[in-house]
Design a protein. Structure first.
Length: 437
């Protein structure tokens, strides 16, 4: 399953917006805080969880409406992948499904001849959505893969002993961390202990295959000095960190964040595609809010490439504040910037971001920074440039100030800006200007 497009009407900062994802497998969402990135991801989660799942995730969607006097609407069009079971239609087979939900608030509203007085999510009943809820959006079904991760991705915080058992979870739990910041991603830990138990007790070949898949994917997403090691007799998972065996509870937040995401994703793919020879290559949708949280800049630069390599057919829709992640997605990615204009959010595509360095990205339309320097440093640079331009017209006091700023500039900005009068750089610039006229 892949998302083709979505639209929102009267939802939070969005008056009306339509986003076409086309055939991109990596979509980066950029914006300042409060411009709608998380709203887009949460709306997608509600739509992809199915009608019953949406009611579990947002039983009372308070604060979702931009204007409480009218209903909001979230819509999506998804495409059925080859390994998603079911066939809609007899004479003419349909693989593209569009459907909508209405959102109501605390004021009395009438939607399609029904009156509502409380906040709620209400499906727009139609044949395609009815078929999807019966064939695709079922809790223990296969295929039709979609999962979402909120900004606070983490493993369990307690140093607990994990009991080796694992039950399939309802579909809405695929998205629960987007709506509940306190919910840990504990599936990875429970899954690895469960597989270790099955292998030890029953020599189970399928458990061995799943464990090998999970360990290989996780190790490739961690630095070379950190590798999965083993499960102890007490049910604790250990990692090899530079030769030392360390339990998951003792790993840094960055490691734990990646482990929680990758481990949970691998487990859910295996559950969704139990007959697949390589579930990591199946198609599906993954939503990630604030991918850059807890990650060192080196990880931020590489994480998009790693995820795309390990899960080549997944459609990632990712929100971030990191220019490194935006550039690291490569040239085959769609980058969208959300901006507030006259109190409402609009979306604008950003082109060629993968070809820029960090400074250029920060000063481009993608982030809109005037300068990559701190405000204090930029103030000194601007003052230095101003004094340089005054030249012979500068006062004695200004020349003394320029002398002091020149010492600062040698350290802060050895190149760039107008050259110092009388310097080699100034003479070269004058010569080139004369020749090029």
């Amino acid at each position: 399953m892949l998302v083709e497009e979505m639209s929102l009407e009267n939802i939070r900062c969005f008056e009306k917006i339509n986003i076409k994802f086309q055939n991109y497998r990596w979509i980066t969402l950029l914006s300042q805080n409060g411009s709608g990135k998380s709203t887009i991801l949460q709306a997608l989660a509600l739509l992809l969880a199915g009608p019953e799942g949406a009611l579990k995730l947002a039983p009372r969607p308070v604060g979702w409406l931009r204007d409480e006097e009218q209903a909001g609407k979230i819509s999506i069009r998804v495409h059925q992948s080859d390994n998603d079971p079911g066939k809609f239609g007899s004479e003419r087979i349909t693989k593209s499904f569009g459907y909508s939900y209405f959102i109501t608030g605390g004021k009395r509203l009438t939607v399609r001849s029904k009156t509502y007085t409380e906040p709620g999510v209400h499906e727009h009943v139609e044949k395609r959505l009815t078929w999807l809820r019966q064939n695709a959006y079922v809790s223990k079904g296969t295929g039709w893969f979609a999962v979402g991760y909120g900004a606070f991705r983490r493993l369990t915080r307690s140093n607990q002993i994990i009991v080796p058992s694992l039950e399939p979870q309802a579909r809405f739990t695929n998205f629960i961390t987007q709506f509940n910041e306190e919910e840990p991603l504990s599936a990875f830990e429970r899954w690895m202990v469960y597989l270790d138990y099955r292998i030890a007790k029953e020599k189970d070949k399928e458990s061995t295959r799943q464990k090998e898949l999970g360990i290989a994917a996780i190790n490739k997403l961690l630095p070379e000095s950190v590798k999965y090691d083993s499960v102890t007799a007490e049910g604790r998972i250990l990692f090899d960190v530079d030769g030392m065996k360390v339990p998951t509870i003792s790993l840094s937040d960055g490691y734990r964040s990646v482990l929680a995401l990758a481990g949970d994703l691998v487990w859910r793919l295996i559950q969704a595609f139990p007959e697949s020879k390589d579930p990591l290559t199946e198609e599906g949708i993954v939503l990630i809010d604030e991918l850059d949280i807890h990650l060192h800049p080196m990880w931020q630069r590489d994480i998009a490439g790693w995820l795309r390599q390990q899960f080549p057919n997944i459609q990632f829709i990712v929100a971030t504040h990191s220019p490194l992640i935006a550039a690291g997605a490569g040239d085959q990615a769609l980058t969208l910037r959300f901006a507030l204009k006259d109190g409402k959010s609009v979306v604008e595509p950003v082109k060629n971001i993968s070809t820029m360095n960090v400074d250029r990205i920060l000063q481009s339309e993608a982030f809109g920074l005037v300068s990559p320097y701190s405000p204090q440093t930029q103030q000194k640079i601007d003052r230095y440039d101003d004094l340089i331009r005054r030249g012979a017209g500068a006062t004695k006091k200004e020349r003394a100030e320029l002398e002091q700023l020149s010492l600062f500039m040698e350290e802060a900005r050895p190149i760039g800006g107008p050259p110092k009068p009388g310097s080699i750089e100034a003479k070269m610039e004058a010569y080139l200007e004369k020749k090029l006229k």
